[in-house]
Write a protein that binds this ligand. Sequence first.
Ligand code: PA5
Length: 437
Amino acid sequence: MNNLKVTFKHTKLLDKNIAKYTEQVAQIHEEFHEKAKSKTEFLGWLELPTNYDKREFEKIKREAEKVRTNADVLLVIGIGGSYLGARATIEALTSNFHTMLDKEKRNAPQIIFVGNNLNASYINDVINYIEDKDFAINVISKSGTTTEPAISFRIFREILENKYGLAEAKKRIYATTDAKKGALKTLAEKEKYTTFVIPDNVGGRYSVLTPVGLFPMAVAGIDIEKLMSGAKLAQDKYNDESLKYNECYKYAAVRNALYEQEKNIEILVTYEPKLHYFIEWWKQLFGESEGKEGKGIFPTGAEFTTDLHSLGQYIQEGRRNLFETVINIKNSGADIKIHNDEDNLDGLNYLTGKSLDYINRKAMEGTIDAHVEGDVPNIVINIEKLNEETLGHLIYFFELACAMSGKLLEINPFNQPGVEKYKTNMFKLLGKPGYEE
Ligand code: PA5
């Protein structure tokens, strides 16, 4: 079943702490929908599950099929919003050992992400790894000028051209960028690469349901139709201005109410290791959207039970400025039962016949109780199981909640002025023309 239920009973907030946002939420909701229609703000993602370019969608599927047949590896070159959504979705929906499986078992090219750092040893490892493999490149940059992916693209384009020759290399390069502007667009036009368009009114971190996320996912074998239909369900479900009935807006309001009570760190918790990169995507979405003007909840993540043996102590007894949002996947889809052992030297026979899902769930329930008792409010997002539809739903849920939450905080959730600061310093130090003293 593709549904999502949020439980707020583990916070000590009073109804009035939340209800006070009712009017503001309704106003922002209306403003969002008006602006999405008039395309006057970065709100294109709000209607993406229904209002997307159907021809581009078909082209994505067609081109992905080509890569699936002629490449062992797809290099996805991008940073921030231009890679995290694809990585989060692919890792969530494939085996934990996806990249290690042999090609027949994986039934898809390996997806390797590069251009998200400037580290020579990482890039060198990728160069060595692809040396004897057929590969293709998907370079993704909305601005078309971001340094990290631009450098990686220059390096890997050269390797591709040397390996296949200019004409074949061009057929193996896919550029996902702005429809009209930017260095990547200019280059793609000149070289006649296959291109995919990032809609004007969709910002990087809200772009997972555009070709930015969809093309790498389709190459990896993810059913992107189902992902979109899950997001559509969320679009319908949360198209309701009422704070009382709209769980997405309630999550946004509860976050703000907790923030007012000095809970300024939110930990997104999962008991499913496959959601590691989903947490990274979520951190970027909320961090870059809300952290400005000296305000914002610091988004971080934890994987339990693993991190109960590292961060657990701090969460239970450290500084009381935390709250947790737990993603509870009810059915892991692959259960294992504990068998009886005659000797019982490990003392585990009390678990005989119990499933690992059950044990993991009890760990979650025990942890929530412990943390709530320790004054760490908990919000629980329940989903039946992890699949394309539920993930599409979850993506839309968090995008909308993030935008609403940012507006309630009275900042602009669609810009990222602070990111420029390091770039300016770096360009100055590197002697980039125009950045001299
Ligand atoms: O969310 C954002 O806008 C950013 O994280 C961008 O995605 C990131 O900086 C990469 O930008 P670009 O796609 O222009 O290379």
